[in-house]
Design a protein around this ligand. Sequence first.
Ligand SMILES: NC(=O)c1ccc[n+]([C@@H]2O[C@H](COP(=O)([O-])OP(=O)(O)OC[C@H]3O[C@@H](n4cnc5c(N)ncnc54)[C@H](O)[C@@H]3O)[C@@H](O)[C@H]2O)c1
Length: 314
Amino acid sequence: MNDTKILVTGGAGFIGSHLTKELVKRGYQVVVLDNLSRNVNHVEDLWKEGEIKFLKGDIREKAHVLTAMKGVDYVFHQAAACLNRCKAFPKEAIEVNLEGSYNVFGAAIHENVKKVIYASTSSVYGQPNYLPMDEKHPTNAREPYGATKLCVDKFMEFLSAKHGLKYIGFRYFNVYGTYQSVDAYYTSVINIFIKRILNGQSPRINGDGEQSMDFTHVSDVVAANIAALNSDVENEMFNVGYGQENSLKMLANFILTYLGSDLKPEFIPREILVSRRRCDNSKLKKLLRVECKIDLETGLKELVEHVKKYPEIY
Ligand SMILES: NC(=O)c1ccc[n+]([C@@H]2O[C@H](COP(=O)([O-])OP(=O)(O)OC[C@H]3O[C@@H](n4cnc5c(N)ncnc54)[C@H](O)[C@@H]3O)[C@@H](O)[C@H]2O)c1
């Protein structure tokens, strides 16, 4: 076993659990801090097998964060209130995403952590002014999730300059994969489509289906995080996205065809918050040497098979 001790906040969730599993595979000592607010723990088996330390705690509580941070070398900060929750409860966005992150960064400074690698989001960019979106794209966030995440990015710059805290921030684009919750981010739509089609129901698309996303497989997000851990690069923000634009109509039709279904998508008139997404990932490739590898077809087939095999998870 490696002597390096790593804290993963939000490690019981979708991205955090994939990351935790990879860190354990690589022999790191992993501590997970998660309040289980999603009522699932995707690292429960690892915890029961004694492969990780699991602390049920809340990043809003300084004492919980300080306990989890004891003796930690590196932090992967993933815990957050998701997009849909932030829209419904904006104050929670401030308390969890902003104040909670401030607690995590403060405890990392206190414990002399070597580097904090944390999850930001492409939502800080809001509606696109141009595509593909690079890291210099204006930050047009107009909703509580993107706004608080942007504020975290700014606070990190401040804390890093003031206290020498080293960091890498990742602006993830439309992450999807196994174990994702069905009510979280724009990409939850994939799991909802799959479930409906498997139940013999048409996939329902808000708007005309021409809105696009840059679907990014969770294993590519994990690879970016691992690269940040092993790299000397510090104090930089990176986009993490596959770099391809796909419409929701195309997504629904792909899943229908793959499942051999004759159903047709249903279109529901509704306001669309973000109309298009495509990531410019050249900085990630250049500085961290990470290439997103999993194309949508491969990732979707894996996910559909997982939903079929373990419907109770979704
Ligand atoms: N999934 C995406 O498409 C996407 C896109 C961009 C950015 N992100 C960011 O990536 C990170 C991980 O996202 P995810 O998709 O795995 O979300 P998730 O909701 O599956 O996981 C988040 C985890 O954090 C935990 N958590 C929430 N509030 C907490 C609190 N107050 N204290 C402790 N734990 C708490 C939850 O219980 C959950 O296990 C988040 O910061 C999110 O904003 C995700």
